[in-house]
Write a new protein. Structure first.
Length: 311
């Protein structure tokens, strides 16, 4: 293992702002793994720390295949993490909406541009991502529908689902999209948590990456086979929204089956404690995403359900 500085910025902070990476093996640029791009991505940082630990042990036992290099960057945005902010504190900008970046631009574009120059050219790129709303997912792999994606490769992670997302304009400035457009097979992995550690899904994420690297011949490692993934398109997920604002009482968890007409959540009056409205499933299926915040606004997405026909 070689620990090195991926990026260093001078002149703005009392100390140099640095991004550190951990390099394993020697040879062709086989796999790059990126963790927290945002300041609240504690789970994503934790997963990378466990992956660094596992790869260090595997390297010590000679389990990294000849002529293969793996780079792990656990955190890109420690500044935001240290001050408890999700986005860059000085201007509230999002590093994962700044790719491919600009080394002569503002701070987040400089970070994205310099980082991308260092991590492009790898055969496989893996990003531990988070959702824009607080909530829990069934752990899954997501790919952008750029014409360069490969669902069969994504299946090799052995997670339950592979989700294909048709890019929107805001997606064209993400790491996943720019990796793919520059010749890297890019995958985003979502787990059950963001701002708190979920040990079970973290272990599942680490195992999925080690499984993928083994199946691509980058590692020599024995791991269980995982799942045969179901491939779904993101637009096929049914979004379930609230009718009223108030306290949110969730009645279903990710992975739970739901049936048409079933009660799946309640919205409570925040002052009187009475039920303001009930949320009823409009389809048979499986809960894919469930909101975790204690309160909700009207017309807010609180569930995403995989329709039964996609099981």
């Amino acid at each position: 293992m070689k620990k090195e500085i991926i990026y260093s910025l001078k002149g703005i902070y009392r100390e140099d702002y640095q991004i550190e990476g951990y390099r394993f093996g020697v040879g062709e640029k086989s796999a790059c793994i990126v963790g927290a791009l945002r300041g609240n991505e504690i789970q994503q940082l934790y997963i990378c720390s466990q992956l660094v630990k596992a790869l260090k042990e595997l390297e010590a036992h000679g389990s990294i295949s000849h002529n293969h290099e793996i780079l792990v960057i656990p955190s890109v945005n420690r500044f935001s993490m240290n001050v408890g902010k999700r986005f860059w504190p000085t201007d509230n900008s999002d590093i994962n909406r700044a790719f491919p970046g600009d080394v002569n631009g503002d701070t987040t574009k400089q970070i994205a541009g310099t980082l991308f120059d260092r991590i492009k050219g790898y055969s496989y790129g893996i990003h531990f991502a988070s959702f824009y709303m607080p909530g829990d997912f069934i752990p899954h792999v997501k790919m952008m529908d750029t014409g360069f994606q490969s669902a069969s490769l994504a299946n090799l992670f052995g997670l339950q689902y592979v989700v294909i997302r048709k890019p929107k304009p805001m997606d064209t400035v993400t790491l996943n999209y720019n990796w793919q457009m520059n010749g890297t097979n890019a995958f985003s992995i979502y787990t059950n948590s963001t701002d708190m550690i979920d040990e079970k899904s973290a272990r599942q994420a680490v195992s999925s990456v080690l499984r993928f690297l083994t199946r691509m011949g980058i590692l020599k490692y024995n791991n269980h086979s995982g799942y045969i993934a179901s491939v779904i398109n993101e637009f096929d997920l049914m979004a379930v929204k609230t009718y009223d604002a108030g306290f949110y009482k969730r009645l279903k968890e990710p992975g739970d089956p739901v049936y048409h007409g079933e009660l799946i959540a309640q919205i409570l009056d925040p002052c009187e404690g009475t039920v303001k409205s009930e949320i009823i499933s409009q389809t048979d299926g499986i809960v894919f995403f469930a909101h975790t915040g204690p309160t909700v606004m009207g017309n807010q997405v609180v569930y995403k359900i995989i329709r039964r026909m996609h099981e």
